[in-house]
Design a protein around this ligand. Structure first.
Ligand code: NAD
Ligand code: TYD
Length: 336
C-alpha cells in the first residue's frame, strides 16, 4: 500500500481530499498541518480513527521535522495543499504567504529530492495566470501574470516546482484549479461568508460593482481531478482544472439569498479589493482529453447541497466566527 504525505490536510480542500482519497483509493495518508487559523481538526473528525490515516502537527517550513516524519513514516509521495490561501489577507500582510507558500514549497521539494520520492504534486491555482478580459480562457500555456501577493506567492512556488523538475528531474506535477466551494470552506471566502451572513441577517459585502467573474467548481470534483492527476498525470506537466461554470459574484449572492428565503436588501456594496482581478475562466481541455476526467456535479445542485451543509453544521462555523475571525472581519470590512 502506497503512502502519501498530504500537507495542509486540515484546511478546506485538503480535508475534503483526504476524505475522498480514503474512500476512493487504498492509499495510506499522513497529514501534516500547522493548524493555522484556517486549519481545523474538526474537518476530519469522521476519519481520525481510520487505520490508513495519521496526523502530525507540523509546519512545512520546518525542514528537520518534515524530514523526520517522511523518514519515520516512509512516505512515497507528497501532495502539497498547505498554503496561506486568502487574497484579502495577503493584501493586509504578505509575509506569511511568502514563508509558507514559497519557502515551505521549497522545503518540500528539497525533501522530495533527498528521499527520492516517487511523486510531488503541487496544488496551485488559476490565479497565477492573472486576470482575463471579457473573452478567452486560461490554458496551461497562458503566461503567469499574478496580481495579488497571494497569487504571486503561488506563482513563485509553481516556478520552483518547474525548476526542480527541469534541473534535478524531480518527478513533479502541478494542478491549477479555479474557485472551489463546498463543505468545510472557511467563512472568509465568498460563498460561505455570504451564506453565513445571510443566515445571520447580516449585510452581504459585495466588492465593487459585483460583476467580477469567477469560475466555480464543487470541491469533490477538484479532489477527484487531483487523484487522477496524481495517479495518471505526466511528470513535468501542468493540468488546469475547472467545471465551466463562470458567474458574476452578484449572481451568486442573489442565488444564496433566494435559496435561504432572505431579502436582497441585505446586499451591501463595499469598497473594492485593491487590484481586484476582473475575470477567471479555465480551459480544462487537457485534463479532459489526456486523463479522461470530467466534473460530476452541476452548480445548480451542488450549491444547494453546500447551503444546506452550512445550515446543518452551524456549530462548526459558529465556533469559527466567534473567535479570532472577528478581528480579521473588523480590520478588513470596517477599518479599511
Ligand atoms: P485553506 O486556507 O482552507 O487551508 C490551508 C491549510 O494549510 C490549513 O489547514 C492550514 O493550517 C495549512 N497551513 C498553512 N500554513 C501551513 C504551514 N506553514 N505548514 C503546514 N500547514 C500549513 O486553503 P484551501 O482553500 O483548502 O486551499 C488549499 C490549496 O489549494 C492551497 O494551496 C490553495 O492555493 C489551493 N487552491 C485553492 C482554491 C480555492 O478555491 N480554495 C482554488 C485553487 C487552488
Ligand atoms: P474569494 O472567495 O476571496 O476568492 P478569490 O478572490 O480567490 O477568487 O472571492 C471570490 C470573489 O468574490 C472575488 O471576486 C472577490 C469577491 N468577494 C466579495 O465581493 N465580497 C467578499 O466579502 C469576498 C470575501 C469576496
Amino acid at each position: 500500500m502506497k503512502k502519501i504525505l498530504v500537507t495542509g490536510g486540515c484546511g478546506f480542500i485538503g480535508s475534503n481530499f483526504i476524505r475522498y482519497a480514503l474512500k476512493n483509493s487504498d492509499y495510506e495518508i499522513v497529514n501534516i498541518d500547522k493548524l493555522t487559523y484556517a486549519g481545523n481538526l474538526k474537518n476530519l473528525i469522521d476519519v481520525q480513527s481510520d487505520k490508513r490515516y495519521k496526523f502530525y502537527k507540523a509546519d512545512i517550513c520546518n525542514y528537520e521535522l518534515v524530514s523526520y516524519i517522511i523518514e519515520k513514516e516512509k512516505v512515497d509521495s507528497i501532495i502539497n495543499f498547505a498554503a496561506e490561501s486568502h487574497v484579502d489577507r495577503s493584501i493586509l500582510s504578505s509575509q506569511e504567504f511568502i514563508r509558507t507558500n514559497v519557502t515551505g514549497t521549497n522545503v518540500l521539494l528539497e525533501l522530495t529530492r533527498l528521499y527520492s520520492l516517487e511523486r510531488f504534486l503541487q496544488i496551485s491555482t488559476d490565479e497565477v495566470y492573472g486576470s482575463l478580459g471579457p473573452d478567452g480562457k486560461f490554458t496551461e500555456t497562458t503566461p503567469l501574470s499574478p496580481n495579488s501577493p497571494y497569487s504571486a506567492s503561488k506563482a513563485s512556488a509553481d516556478l520552483l516546482v518547474r525548476a526542480y523538475n527541469h534541473t534535478y528531474g524531480l518527478p513533479a506535477l502541478i494542478t491549477r484549479c479555479s474557485n472551489n466551494y463546498g463543505p468545510f470552506q472557511f467563512p472568509e471566502k465568498l460563498i460561505p461568508l455570504m451564506i453565513i451572513n445571510a443566515i445571520n441577517n447580516k449585510p452581504l459585502p459585495v466588492y465593487g460593482d459585483g460583476m467580477n467573474v469567477r469560475d466555480w467548481i464543487y470541491v469533490e470534483d477538484h479532489c477527484d481531478a487531483i487523484l487522477k492527476v496524481f495517479e495518471k498525470g505526466e511528470i513535468g506537466e501542468v493540468y488546469n482544472i475547472g467545471a465551466e461554470n463562470e458567474m458574476p459574484n452578484i449572481e451568486i449572492v442573489k442565488l444564496i439569498l433566494k435559496e435561504l428565503g432572505k431579502d436582497e436588501s441585505l446586499i451591501t456594496f463595499v469598497k473594492d479589493r485593491p487590484g481586484h482581478d476582473r475575470r477567471y475562466a479555465i480551459d480544462a481541455t487537457k485534463i479532459k482529453t489526456k486523463l479522461n476526467w470530467k466534473p460530476n456535479h452541476t452548480f445548480e445542485t451542488a450549491i444547494k447541497e453546500t447551503i444546506s451543509w452550512y445550515l446543518q453544521n452551524k456549530s462548526w462555523w459558529e465556533e469559527i466566527i466567534s473567535g479570532d475571525y472577528l478581528n480579521y472581519y473588523k480590520k478588513w470590512y470596517e477599518e479599511r
